[in-house]
Write a protein that binds this ligand. Structure first.
Ligand code: IDP
Ligand code: MG
Length: 138
């Protein structure tokens, strides 16, 4: 069964929307198989965001992502990687349709409620980055 990694970002935690966001994933039929509250440090963020670490917005993004504890979760289910991305909507919250998580709760292109893995390869790498094998109940 497919698995994906999500991170409920600092804006989600600050707005106390963790339950509302997880509810959407659970109502879509996905199971929580790992969860951990973490405050992400600079080294972990550089690794997690390696694909954009050279962008001018990266320092501000890293500061935002490390600004308070976030909830890191592994979800499991049929087609979970693509379906969770669809439920999130596009990166830019101001362009995300109403009814998507980012469209309903996000602020802008950076402050956008939730991270989700974008492919089977990144899901596998991201799950390993944040969890030990015995912490994933799948
Ligand atoms: P994704 O989260 O939709 O997969 P990515 O392109 O992987 O989007 O970017 C990772 C994160 O970096 C985004 O979720 C957002 O928080 C931030 N980000 C992406 N593009 C921009 C930008 O142009 N300006 C500011 N922040 C950005
Ligand atoms: Mg991404």
């Amino acid at each position: 069964m497919e698995k994906t990694l999500i991170i409920l970002k600092p804006d989600c935690m600050e707005k106390r929307l963790a339950g509302a966001v997880l509810d959407r994933f659970q109502k879509a039929g996905f199971d929580i198989v790992a969860a951990k509250l973490m405050q992400l440090n600079a080294e972990l963020l550089r690794e997690h965001y390696a694909h954009i670490a050279d962008k001018p917005f990266f320092p501000a993004l890293a500061e935002f992502m490390g600004s308070r504890p976030v909830l890191v979760v592994v979800l499991r289910g049929e087609g979970v990687i693509a379906k969770v991305r669809e439920l999130l909507g596009p990166t830019d919250s101001t362009k995300a349709p109403k009814g998507t998580i980012r469209g309903d709760y996000g602020t802008d292109v950076s402050v956008n409620i939730c991270h989700a893995s974008d492919s089977p390869e990144s899901a596998a790498a991201e799950i390993q980055r944040f969890f030990r094998a015995e912490e994933v109940f799948a």
